[in-house]
Design a protein around this ligand. Structure first.
Ligand code: GAL
Length: 967
């Protein structure tokens, strides 16, 4: 069978293909296989390249947020006026209001996960990791330059956990009901310019949950403000779809433009293809297209390039499509999209081909979660996590079970991972279809993305309803992307007469490895992959299961009943060419879903790496399975077993070489032909010293690994991931902390409390990979767990040293300095302090006699007094007279306590100001000018009244902004 749907070839072929595990490497021993070394990769000396700027029209909106934990319910309106006003645009009450006193809220920067600050509580939800979630509020005040007037303004929130209501300047602008999709909000109609502040308020309800894992809470990804020309490219509005044609490659490019202009507007799109060095290799200009007013239009272009360098996991070569939108011959907007030229083919017999080369998916499932920071994983930490996986030979990631951060896909493109991009909610109803469509639109340019998964383990997978749902969702995906197949991660029902495997292009097996062959026999034309497997348990650094202590051995002997050990799982996948590959549950441990133990255990044991990214034995197992281009060898466990002299120690040696030789203190104690899948087991009587595994191939030693018996810890050691950090206020890296013995060797058994001090940066989280630890993940204190702890540090802004120091009772402290390199700081919307403005006034009709300050419209009279804003004068008054302006204001708490001032930037006409009927200042000049009046101390809402005297034929009124502040 061959399906050729716009370049997607899904085929079968008669010949079987052996997916062997070839050895292509040469000798290269591993730094972290050395006796007594820290089990981590070498320290990098350079910064990773910055993530690309895709959309130059936007700047960061990550700083300057204020946060309040707990709900602030709106007081129900009582009188008619309040009720009437509450129903009006711009008049949201309480913490959603423009004029709300947030001056005592906590300053936070994004990404922010408030649950990561919470203690562990037995009564809290188990799946979410026994931490209170609750409701929280965010507010952000900012100014817009008058030059931004007329531009299209968009607020972008990359994700909010979980349900959110968003207000801008007192109007509800969005409700968002998924914790994983972005929210793009056109705030143009609500925006104010110059001195008038803009306020974003967000209520986040994290009692709502979408998953059965730790989901965190709050604004845990980035936020942005886009300021674009009135005719501009929509967000995610460039689709680049590289295809190989008969005579070389081409990139169909579709650009969606939108206009807020008053008249229809012709535009032209210009696209350039840049090679990895930035040289232009193709260029094209579209025909003019008219974008209707307040509508959008598509422009189609095609870039031709004969033989570009291809993208693959080993050589992830990226080109850039640069799109410019032109109006009247001038560029008004642009985007830069990274593209990769690669061909994908899922073959029902032979698995996946990338560029006609078979590629076995050596994948992991990932939640976005890390020790110390929860789901608020900074981009640099994502990068570090992916580098840990790459180092293991992993080539594929399943974003389980939701949309990933954009940065993860940018990094996957660049680092060479294949991604199964998974939708969260299985539901074809319009709200949910919108979430799926957003996912495809956002992610369809990434060469790393090879599969769309519409669901994970849905009970309706074997029902007619499930089939109808998948059909609709798959069709929606293919309307937006014709180049990748759709899959669904099924856990059973594959043999039901009606099941969704018939309506996906690639069958996804979660577990059920025993059914691979039967399914293939019954469905010989259906390409297949494992979408999830393994679910094995390990505690990092532990080598015996102790149920009472809630510890699982790391010798790869224990797995969930629905899963299998790492070795058993890969054995099944590796042996079957028709299974495109696998995705281990999981790459890293994660908070929540504590399995196999529950309270007081708070995190999972499934990871190949622990919560901090420290390797378990599974890491060495997968290195042996997955790395082909260099020799690896490892030994588990360590060799520090005081008191067990003479007893047999069970050893697991993993290697991808031919033969293994085991030596204890230089003497041979075992030898075997390598079993690359199951590893080689030895029982060696313990004697202190050095146990060493020597890997041979072709008569040569190609790799060695060793553990030395270590003495008691005498000193601490700090090891960064990198020697340098960007001094941009955003760069983050983890530091490993371990204890060393008198010979400077890593002590794998040390469990002791340590304390940190930092200069030049901030500690944003702490961890040690112990799923049973209830120590806080914030602050400056943590214990080593089986020899290791981690401190995650954010760099300050600017050049200089960052110095981290760690101390522990009775041990020599350690101090390390890394250099902060001066460099570009990502522009952010400048924050603005909380202030109280009086903007809306009721104004009386023109009165012939001077009124009393107590004059007010009658109850329920919404009409005889006009509603006006500060800054707007009356038209020329027909006669001399007086008008009363009335407004309600609740000053900041500090003003309530000590009093302050009411600053009228400009009043035209003579005027007297009153607070609660008491005169507080007057202006005797007729000409426009300021008035600074007193705001007497006092609690609660105040009534401010201004009586303005108008001359006949002249305008009068509040002709400037009004603010209430401390004197
Ligand atoms: C799977 C599920 C995952 C996780 C895992 C634990 O069934 O898809 O989300 O719960 O089990 O083994």
């Amino acid at each position: 069978m061959t399906i050729d749907r716009r370049g997607l070839l899904l085929g079968t072929s008669a010949a079987g293909l052996t997916i062997a595990l070839p050895y292509r490497g040469d000798a290269r021993s591993l730094t972290y296989g050395e006796a007594g070394a820290l089990p981590m990769p070498p320290v990098a000396t350079t910064l990773p390249p910055p993530l690309p700027v895709v959309d130059p029209s936007r700047i960061g909106f990550d700083t300057g947020w204020l946060f309040h934990l707990g709900d602030l319910p709106f007081a129900p309106p009582k009188d008619h006026e309040q009720t009437y006003l509450r129903a009006k645009a711009g008049n949201a009450p309480g913490a959603a209001a423009l004029a709300f006193d947030d001056s005592d809220w906590q300053a936070v920067a994004l990404p922010h996960d408030w649950v990561s600050f919470q203690p562990f509580v037995e009564t809290a939800n188990i799946s979410q990791g026994y931490r209170p979630r609750g409701i929280g509020w965010y507010r952000r005040t900012f100014r817009l330059d008058p030059a931004d007037r007329g531009r299209y303004l968009e607020l972008q929130l990359d994700a909010i956990a979980t349900n959110a209501t968003i207000w801008v300047n007192g109007s509800t602008v969005a409700h968002n009901w998924s914790g994983y999709n972005s929210v793009y909000i056109d705030i143009t109609p609500f925006a104010r310019f110059g001195d008038e502040p803009n306020v974003i308020a967000i209520r986040v309800d994290a009692d709502a949950m979408e998953g059965w894992w730790y989901e965190g809470a709050g604004l845990y990804r980035h936020a942005w403000l886009a300021r674009r020309a009135p005719v501009s490219i929509v967000t995610d509005g460039v689709h680049c779809d590289p295809r190989r044609g008969d005579s070389g490659w081409h990139v169909p490019v579709t650009v969606t433009a939108r206009s807020i202009e008053a008249t229809d507007m012709p535009v032209v799109a210009h696209a350039r293809l840049l090679d990895p060095a930035g040289a232009m290799v193709a260029e094209v200009r579209s025909q003019p297209v008219t974008v209707p007013t307040l509508d959008s239009a598509e422009l189609a272009l095609d870039l031709a390039v004969a033989s570009p360098r291809l993208w693959s996991v080993d050589q992830p070569t990226l080109y850039t499509v640069e799109v410019t939108l032109e109006r009247d011959g001038a560029a008004v907007d642009s985007r830069r999209v990274a593209v990769g030229f690669r061909m994908l083919r899922f073959d029902a017999d032979k698995g996946l081909f990338v560029n006609d080369v078979p590629v076995k998916l050596k994948g992991v499932c990932l939640h976005q979660d890390h020790a110390g920071v929860g789901v608020a994983v900074p981009d640099a930490l994502l990068q570090w996590r992916l580098s840990r996986l790459k180092d293991m030979g992993c080539n594929a990631i399943r974003c389980s079970h939701n949309a990933p951060a954009t940065a993860l896909l940018d990094l996957a493109d660049r680092m060479g991972f294949l991604v199964m991009d998974e939708n969260r909610n299985f539901n074809p109803a319009p709200d949910y279809m919108t979430q799926l469509e957003w996912l495809v639109r956002r992610d369809r340019n990434h060469p790393s993305v090879i599969l769309w998964s519409v669901f994970n383990e849905e009970p309706m997978q074997g029902t007619p309803s499930g089939v109808e749902m998948v059909r609709r969702m798959a069709a929606a995906v293919h309307r937006l992307d014709g180049s990748r197949p759709v899959t669904a991660a099924m856990n059973g029902s594959f043999f039901e007469p009606v099941n969704v495997s018939t309506v996906v292009e690639v069958m996804g097996f979660n577990y059920y490895q025993r059914d691979y062959d039967r399914f293939h026999a019954l469905n010989p034309a259906k390409p297949t992959t494992s979408s999830e497997d393994t679910s094995a348990f390990m505690t990092r650094g532990a080598y015996a299961t102790d149920k009472a202590a809630r510890v699982v051995t790391s010798m790869d002997t224990e797995a969930a009943p629905w899963g299998a050990t790492h070795r058993e799982t890969w054995k099944q996948i590796a042996a079957r060419p028709f299974v495109a590959g696998g995705f281990v549950w999981t790459g890293f441990d994660y908070h929540g879903e504590p399995t196999p133990y529950d309270w007081p255990t708070i995190a999972s044991f499934f990871g190949i790496l622990d919560l901090c990214g420290f390797p378990k034995t599974a890491y060495d197992i997968h290195r042996a399975h997955w790395i082909d281009d260099r020799a690896v060898v490892s030994i588990a466990p360590h060799w520090t077993w005081p008191g067990r002299e003479g007893q047999l120690i069970a050893l697991l040696v993993m290697s991808n070489a031919e033969r293994i030789e085991l030596r204890l203190n230089g003497k041979p104690v075992g030898e075997a032909a390598v079993d690359r899948i199951m590893g080689n087991s030895f029982n060696v009587p313990y004697a202190p010293g050095t146990i060493e595994a020597i890997a041979w191939r072709g008569g040569r030693i190609v790799a060695r690994a060793a553990h030395a018996t270590t003495g008691r810890p005498v000193a601490l050691r700090l090891t960064p991931a990198r020697r340098v950090m960007a001094g941009d206020g955003e760069d983050v890296q983890p530091f490993s902390v371990d204890a060393i013995d008198a010979a400077g060797r890593h002590v794998p058994t040390a469990n002791l409390p340590v304390r940190f001090a930092i200069e030049g940066g901030t500690i944003i989280g702490l961890g040690n990979g112990d799923p049973n630890s209830h120590e806080s993940e914030k602050g400056d204190a943590r214990s080593l767990f089986n020899g290791l702890a981690q401190v995650i540090v954010r760099a300050g802004a600017g050049r200089g040293p960052l110095t981290l120091r760690v101390t522990a009772a009775g041990l020599k402290p350690a101090q390390i300095r890394v250099d902060l390199l001066a460099g570009p700081i990502r522009p952010q919307v400048p924050p603005r302090a909380t202030e109280t403005r009086i903007e809306r006034w009721r104004v009386s009709p023109l009165l012939a006699t001077r009124p009393d300050a107590a004059l007010a419209p009658g109850a329920g009279d919404n009409n005889s007094w006009a509603w006006v804003r500060s800054g707007v004068a009356t038209p020329a008054e027909p006669a001399a007279g007086w008008r009363v302006y009335r407004a309600k204001v609740t000053p900041l708490r500090s003003v309530m306590q000590s009093g302050g001032t009411i600053r009228f930037a400009s009043i035209t006409g003579r005027a007297t100001a009153f607070v609660d009927g008491v005169s507080v200042g007057s202006k005797t000049d007729v000409a426009a000018g300021p008035l600074v009046a007193r705001m007497p101390p006092g609690a609660g809402e105040r009534t401010v009244t201004l009586i303005v005297e108008a001359a006949a034929g002249a305008p009068a009124g509040i002709t400037g902004g009004v603010g209430v502040a401390r004197s």
